[in-house]
Write a protein that binds this ligand. Sequence first.
Ligand SMILES: Nc1ncnc2c1ncn2[C@@H]1O[C@H](COP(=O)(O)OP(=O)(O)OP(=O)(O)O)[C@@H](O)[C@H]1O
Ligand SMILES: [Mg+2]
Length: 288
Amino acid sequence: MFSSIEEVKNKLTQQKYLINDRLATGVFLAAKLQKPLLIEGPAGVGKTELAKVVAKALDTELIRLQCYEGLDESKSLFEWNYQKQLLRIQANHLTDKTWEETKANIFSEEFYLPRPIMKALQAEKPVVLLVDELDKSDEEFESFLLEALSDYQVSIPELGTVKAKSIPMVVLTSNNYRDFSDALKRRCIHLYIDYPSFERELAIVRLKVPGINEALAEKIVRFVQSVRKMVLKKSPSISETLDWARTLVLLGVDTLDQELVLNTLNILLKYQQDIKKVEERIGGLLPD
Ligand SMILES: Nc1ncnc2c1ncn2[C@@H]1O[C@H](COP(=O)(O)OP(=O)(O)OP(=O)(O)O)[C@@H](O)[C@H]1O
Ligand SMILES: [Mg+2]
């Protein structure tokens, strides 16, 4: 558990994740109040990474549930192990057990496969439960999740109510593909991660690309920051800045010139139309 906002910042920095005061406050409160943390923001700004580093900082397990359309209770909470149940039915049949006996037997703990939410609730020590890209799931799943997280227990017809052995730190992430219900938002500590400021992005590059030439790092970040001001199909994110910085280090360069930028722009931008736009304005973005 974190004892202060300062500790959140320090421990995450140790995990090479740089966080501003607002985000650190959100993480601290979510942990303290045992409320889920709902993180929204564009692609590649560190939403998933935040959950991973929080788990490391708390020295606990990360259990990840990746959301997709059609995700339901059986894939997220628990499933009966039909194969094992069938084998037991066959075996019991041979030993003349009654159907009532068999039924009581095969709908017990021995015969189910816990999925991420159940695993998180059953862990002896509080884990970090990452429900990644919740906006990709359906609304029914969101309601189910809300219910499970509102009192950290779930009811299963054959087993009754299953209470959490430990309360997980829950992190929900979203790319704003769809909006969530007010009920869910009310239940969570809501954070928005935006693209980083020049200073923070430079610090991230220094931290994650050790040995990078200081002047080069500054030029890279300044360039990326101006590209982000353009209207593009997909703005470069922190992951792309890092990929680009690593590429340039690999190429052994220590400063940026127009030709080099144009030759490596495909690392930073993923759409041809964006690359073209930047090419056309390269003179303004990177004066010779
Ligand atoms: N604050 C930060 N400090 C250090 N590294 C960061 C930070 N934010 C992002 N990164 C780096 O950026 C990469 C991308 O982050 P991540 O995969 O968490 O993005 P995301 O927001 O989950 O994106 P998506 O919406 O595409 O899933 C991470 O691997 C991490 O190295
Ligand atoms: Mg992610």
